[in-house]
Structures are given as structure tokens and as C-alpha cells.
Design a protein around this ligand. Structure first.
Ligand code: AVJ
Length: 324
């Protein structure tokens, strides 16, 4: 290591540092310390998230799959014939496949994702199973403006945003995302969106602090990733996973707490932690059906229908772009 790399520099990213490095440095310089949840999903993190979706305590995936299976045909009936389904941040096509099977009105599928490899593989596999479907992947950050593929411009459009990923946004960001989606999809569009519901605090806490410790591993993997990619020396045994429902703010919060006072080196900089000091790694907002409807109304959409699972744990909303 070059000698100057040993010396703690000022907490400003230098030219050429990746946006991951910049975001980590900025987040750990902020008080309270924080890290953006989008960095959970490297290869290891994506695998851990897949394991989370199969945990007995983690109800959202199972509930949403059940809602899509049971009501996919009703959702399909809201769509005009020859609709293009645009999925925001698709990852796996598992949920879209349920909708595609239940909704013959959909003739084109446009998955939008930043991970080009996953996108290409999933798109190819889907097209193999649905040779009559136009599969048109777009490699983009779905929160930023992107260009829809030309063939889709002339078709009616429906957005698909499952998984309650919208829960990772602050409410004002969720509103901005909904406005952005309305602009990208255009007049007459429908949005089918999964939204996790407020429920018993015990159920919520267990879903994010499971007995097998998979969510703890998922949270700690963020530090492991920083070690792997940013020449850092986090000792994972000295940080612990915390997850709890914040009733007032209607969100699950995840944190990583330092068990002791310590210094950590990242990219040649030194960050100090007090004993018990936390890094805030994720918020997962929960909504009541009515409050999500109000958020949608204030963000360019008109609620058209909503479905829940039998326990009322999770909701899937169908929204229509408001006339103006
Ligand atoms: C992928 C954002 C929907 O908030 O439930 C799961 C992420 N974090 N367990 C969620 C997550 C911890 C998940 N989302």
C-alpha cells in the first residue's frame, strides 16, 4: 500500500472514486451515520435476499405471490388489449410471469434494470417460455428518466413495481417516484404496485429479525461488501444487526451497531465509532391502504383497485394516470 494511503485524508471523495465509494464516504461522514440500501444487492446480498424471501417470518413475498396468483386475471382486465408491461427494477421475472400468464392483454414486456447480466439472462429465459411475447429489456436506473423502446411507444402501457420496493423511499421520494412513473408511462397508463401494510408490531419485527439470522447476515454483508470493494477493514464480529418497527414513522428501521469503540479504515480514510454507535442501513415504510391511496392521488394517479392477501398483510394497488 502506498504510504500516503495510510494517512487519513479529508472526508471528501477524490476524483475517480466510484459512486459506491462516494456514497459510503458521505454516509459514514454524516451524523447519524447511514448507508444507502441499494448497495445490499451485490452477488452475495442478492442470494441472501432470495433466502430472506423463503423465511417463515418474511411474509411479504409469499403474500404478494398469493395476491398475484389469485387476482392476476382481475388486474389483467384493467388493461387494454396489446398492452406493454414495463417493470421497474425487475431482477427476477417470477412475479411478472404470474401476471403475464393471467393477463392475455399483455403482448410486450419491458424489464428495466441496472444489472445488465441478470436482465439479459432473465429476458432470454422469459422469451423462450413466451415466444409470442415481445421482450424488450432496458438497462437503466429506473428512478431516472429512460427511453422506452420504440415499438412500445405506440402501445398502451402498464407499469409494474412489485415487492414493496417503494417502501425503501422516504414518503416524499415515493411521491417523486410515482410522478416520474406517470411521466415515463404516459397518458392512460396503469400502475400495478405492491405495498406492504401496517400490521402487528410483533409480526413486523420478526420479519426483519428472523430466528435463523439470515436478515442479520444480509445487513452485515453491506460491511463485507465495503471490505471487498473499498479496501476496508470492518471486523464483522464487532457489529450487530438491529431491526425494529418505528411506530411513529410507520417504518422498519435497520441499523448496524458497533459493539465497541473502534476505528475502521476505508479507502485510506479513518472512521471512528463510539461503543453502541449505529449505521442506519434501511427504512422499509409501511402504509395503510387509504394512506397509500392518498399518496398516489397527490402524485398524479387515481386509485382504481386494491387487493390484499387473506391476512391483510400486503396489498397490490392498481392506479391509473390522472387526466391532468
Ligand atoms: C426489497 C426493500 C422490499 O423492505 O422488505 C428485506 C428489503 N430488508 N429484509 C423489504 C429487506 C430486509 C425489502 N425490500
Amino acid at each position: 500500500m502506498a504510504p500516503q494511503a495510510q494517512i487519513a485524508r479529508r472526508f471528501e471523495p477524490s476524483v475517480g472514486e466510484s459512486s459506491f465509494a462516494c456514497d459510503v464516504i458521505a454516509g459514514l461522514t454524516a451524523r447519524p451515520k447511514r448507508l444507502p440500501p441499494k448497495y445490499f444487492y451485490d452477488e452475495a446480498g442478492s442470494q441472501l435476499f432470495e433466502q430472506i424471501t423463503e423465511l417463515p417470518e418474511y411474509y411479504p413475498t409469499r403474500c404478494e405471490l398469493a395476491i398475484l396468483s389469485e387476482h392476476g386475471a382481475d388486474m389483467g382486465r384493467l388493461l387494454p388489449s396489446d398492452t406493454a408491461l414495463v417493470e421497474f427494477g425487475s431482477g427476477s421475472t417470477r412475479k411478472a410471469r404470474i401476471l403475464l400468464a393471467a393477463a392475455p392483454a399483455i403482448t410486450a414486456y419491458v424489464p428495466i434494470d441496472i444489472s445488465s447480466e441478470m436482465l439479459a439472462n432473465e429476458a432470454a429465459a422469459l422469451w423462450r417460455d413466451h415466444p409470442q411475447l415481445a421482450v424488450l429489456p432496458v438497462e437503466a436506473d429506473f428512478t431516472r428518466p429512460f427511453r422506452l423502446p420504440p415499438p412500445v411507444a405506440a402501445q398502451p402501457r402498464a407499469g409494474f413495481f412489485p415487492g414493496s420496493t417503494i417502501g425503501n423511499f422516504e414518503p416524499h421520494e415515493a411521491s417523486a417516484f410515482l410522478r416520474h412513473a406517470a411521466r415515463m408511462l404516459g397518458r392512460g397508463a396503469i400502475l400495478i404496485i405492491g405495498v406492504d401494510l401496517i400490521k402487528d408490531v410483533g409480526v413486523l419485527n420478526a420479519a426483519y429479525d428472523d430466528a435463523a439470522g439470515v436478515t442479520a447476515k444480509f445487513n452485515l454483508n453491506l460491511l463485507a461488501r465495503i471490505n471487498r470493494e473499498l479496501e476496508a477493514d470492518f471486523d464483522l464480529d464487532t457489529f450487530s444487526h438491529q431491526a425494529f418497527y418505528n411506530t411513529e414513522r410507520r417504518r422498519i428501521e435497520m441499523h448496524l451497531a458497533s459493539r465497541k469503540r473502534q476505528n475502521v479504515r476505508i479507502c485510506g480514510r479513518v472512521f471512528d465509532f463510539r461503543a453502541g454507535e449505529t449505521i442506519h442501513t434501511e427504512n422499509s415504510y409501511k402504509y395503510a391502504i387509504e394512506s397509500f391511496g392518498a399518496l398516489a392521488r397527490g402524485s398524479g394517479w387515481t386509485p382504481r383497485a386494491v387487493w390484499t392477501d387473506e391476512k391483510g398483510y400486503f396489498s397490490v394497488h392498481a392506479l391509473a394516470v390522472a387526466d391532468h
